[in-house]
Design a protein around this ligand. Structure first.
Ligand SMILES: NC(=O)c1ccc[n+]([C@@H]2O[C@H](COP(=O)([O-])OP(=O)(O)OC[C@H]3O[C@@H](n4cnc5c(N)ncnc54)[C@H](O)[C@@H]3O)[C@@H](O)[C@H]2O)c1
Length: 316
């Protein structure tokens, strides 16, 4: 069995990380200090594994084999013992992270890398005073990481380059898609791009250009189709006969003029939010939200199956 991984905090994200590492053959110790959380996490993972197996999303293992790699460990020090990588997925609260990371740094084996799943707190905010802060960084997933491979590696100013490289290699080896930021920035990469797009979506509706359904259609039935397998730079590279430089020469002036109208950051007023709600509820009744979420999750799984085939080279 491959090296041991410790998952600290086993809610939504922690238990999905456990699947990622266990299906790649790692021994995974799950730790969570809240009563009942570990039993709950294991039960939810067990309920998920058969569907992943049916969809060939367990890297050739069976659900039973993956389950064998998981151990719930109530004692933090025992969970961390002999781990090469610790993936912290505790609540998004700087005080909780600071207290927990002092313990993780004290108890984790000296050679272990310690990574946080935090969505928005830079590692420098909770690792500065740690004795071994060079081994700490952010490894931010998109939920759920067993279906969405992106992981953003964000070092603090004092993170060792070797730690970033080792984490990147581990994430690639377990089938994730790591990207590395050269320095900390609010929102990292994915959320910065998501926020820019959401600001524009909200602006278009606020200004009465079109309704929420039509904005969503522009993404879901338009530019989002390509974005599920190539990003904006490759889109540009392939959308002009001579590649990205040709694309920029053709369209940069037009994009610049549009971008000049998009610079103002806005908060949505209560009236605007009520209008978003009115329009969305006309498209989807509130009592249908749960069913539609499950529909979304099934589509996401099918997309993960297809992307796995693409990554394996099964499709031309
Ligand atoms: N939910 C998402 O979409 C998402 C996506 C990417 C990253 N994240 C990040 O992942 C982390 C976890 O988020 P989540 O959505 O899984 O939250 P969650 O509330 O579902 O899970 C948090 C878990 O941490 C446990 N916990 C509480 N105190 C703890 C402590 N002192 N030490 C260890 N564990 C403790 C809780 O019992 C719970 O099981 C956060 O930093 C969050 O920003 C979340």
């Amino acid at each position: 069995m491959a090296d041991k991984i410790a998952i600290v905090g086993c809610g939504l994200v922690g238990r999905a990380w456990a699947i990622v590492f266990a299906r790649a053959g790692h021994a995974v110790a799950l730790h969570d200090p809240v009563a009942g959380a570990l039993d709950n996490a294991l039960a939810l993972i067990e309920a998920t594994l058969p569907e992943l197996e049916r969809n060939d999303l367990l890297r050739g293992s069976t659900a039973a084999e993956v389950r064998e790699h998981l151990a719930a460990v109530g004692d933090l020090e025992a969970a961390l013992a002999e781990a090469v990588h610790v993936q912290e997925s505790a609540p998004e609260n700087p005080e909780v992270k600071r207290a927990l990371w002092a313990e993780l740094d004290r108890l984790a084996p000296s050679a272990a890398v310690i990574a946080s799943s935090t969505s928005a707190i830079p590692a420098s905010a909770f690792t500065e005073s740690l004795g071994h802060r060079g081994r700490c960084l952010v490894a931010h997933p998109i939920n759920p990481p067993h279906l969405v491979p992106l992981v953003e590696l964000v070092p603090a100013p004092w993170t060792d380059a070797d730690v970033v490289a080792r984490t990147r290699a581990l994430m690639a080896a377990v089938g994730q898609a790591p990207i590395t930021l050269n320095r900390e920035i609010d929102g990292f990469v994915a959320n910065r791009m998501q926020v820019a797009l959401m600001q524009e979506a909200y602006r278009l509706v606020e200004e009465g250009i079109c309704g929420v359904g039509d904005v969503d259609t522009a993404i879901a039935e338009g530019i989002g189709l390509r974005w599920s397998f190539i990003g904006p730079f490759e889109v540009g590279d392939l959308n002009a006969p001579d590649g990205i430089a040709d694309y920029c020469r053709r369209f940069s002036d037009m994009f610049y003029e549009i971008a000049r109208t998009q610079t103002e950051a806005r908060r949505q007023s209560p009236e605007t939010i009520a209008e978003f709600e009115r329009q969305r509820r006309a498209l989807l009744a509130a009592d249908q939200l749960g069913e539609r979420s499950r529909w979304r999750d099934r589509r996401l799984m099918e997309l993960a199956v297809w992307k796995t085939k693409v990554a394996r080279g099964d499709l031309e």
